[in-house]
Design a protein around this ligand. Structure first.
Ligand code: SF4
Ligand code: SF4
Length: 343
């Protein structure tokens, strides 16, 4: 890791320079409390105090909601050609829990198989992180996701009159070399960074109890009445999956053009919370009940990948809580499960 300091005025110039040379995607105020990550043409457009975003910016860029995978032509034979689309982009202003969400997707899409479409976009992405204020539904500090140690090229922490900058990759080092106004850090800068991190961590207010969660989950796994109660109000709408930065399920389908001779095989986001997810040939549904679907979702988020990768696939962003019209709350449910097994 390379550590540098950048003054506030210099930061403005750094952004202008970056925007003039690259396609930059950053946070822009949308409506109400929400911001959206969109193309930025002027540093003044950037919503530096953003708090809420509906979708994770990294997932939106790297694993879009629909994506063509194969183009095909049908004549006497069928010709098919793979489609891998990517563009060099700079993702600016992504926070630590969304970087950690992206790190999970990086691992998922390159572990048991290599997803060329994801990987090409990921390699073409320069990631510049910065902290944002957690919402009241955020519990990233309990998921070790409030701080990022990898997955970014540069990360800016706001010390008031200057930024404490961490460069985690060669690409990040080159960005620093190309803008010769970064300064070396002093011992005092590190002390101030530590104070800053203490203040920043104190902003996470939502507390959950994850102690022995894997064992606790196991012990309540077959308590049908509990799962019925937790899922009672679920509409099976799938919004929790669609807004989650780590949900990776997709469906693949063929889309035939009007000429009936050409078409695309495409993928689109899927949701384990909708009834059709478990529907297979013969009209059999292996997960027909909403309580089983909710149980499966919590297992995937809080158990499966903890056992497989050593990390939860939930980064605690709180988006699923905010998106759920039925007010189903993963943080409250984690605490309910804990209470269920407490003496
Ligand atoms: S967002 Fe809420 S209502 Fe919709 S599927 Fe998820 S838990 Fe159920
Ligand atoms: S499960 Fe909910 S809180 Fe956890 S990462 Fe997904 S959207 Fe965020």
């Amino acid at each position: 890791m390379l550590y540098k300091i950048l003054g506030k005025n210099e930061y403005e110039d750094f952004l202008s320079d970056l925007i003039s040379k690259n396609e930059v995607i950053g946070p822009k105020k949308k409506d109400g409390a929400y911001s959206d990550f969109v193309a930025i043409k002027d540093p003044k457009e950037i919503d530096t105090d953003y708090q809420k975003t509906t979708l994770s910016p990294a997932k939106k860029i790297l694993f879009p909601s629909t994506e063509d995978l194969v183009a095909f032509k049908i004549s006497d034979t069928i010709e098919a050609e793979g489609i891998v689309e990517y563009e060099q982009k700079v993702l600016l202003g992504i926070n630590a829990w969304d970087i950690n969400g992206m790190n999970f997707l990086d691992r998922f899409f390159t572990t048991d198989f290599i997803d060329e479409n994801y990987l090409a976009k990921r390699k073409a992405l320069t990631v510049i992180g910065t902290d944002s204020v957690p919402t009241e539904n955020n519990f990233a500090h309990h998921m070790n996701s409030e701080y990022a140690i990898e997955g970014f090229d540069l990360y800016f922490s706001d010390l008031g009159d200057r930024f404490f900058v961490r460069a985690a990759t060669e690409k990040g080092n080159r960005l620093i070399e190309d803008f010769p106004r970064f300064l070396d850090t002093s011992e005092d800068d590190f002390k101030e960074f530590n104070r800053y991190m203490e203040d920043y961590r104190a902003k996470f207010k939502l507390n959950i109890n994850m102690k022995n969660f894997i064992d606790n989950f196991e012990s309540i796994y077959d308590k049908e009445q509990l799962w019925q109660k937790l899922a009672e109000k679920c509409y099976s709408c799938g919004s929790c999956n669609l807004t989650c930065p780590t949900c990776f399920c997709f469906n693949v389908k063929d889309d035939i053009n009007l000429d009936l001779k050409t078409g695309q095989k495409l993928r689109e986001w899927d949701s384990c919370m909708i009834p059709e997810y478990g529907l297979v040939a013969g009209d059999h549904n292996f997960r027909p009940d909403k309580e089983n679907r909710l149980k499966q979702r919590y297992k995937c988020k809080l158990i499966t990948f903890k056992q497989k990768y050593g990390k939860n696939s939930c980064v605690g962003c709180g988006r699923c809580i905010e998106a759920c019209l039925a007010k189903i709350n993963i943080a409250e449910d984690i605490n309910t499960i804990m209470k269920e097994v407490s003496i």
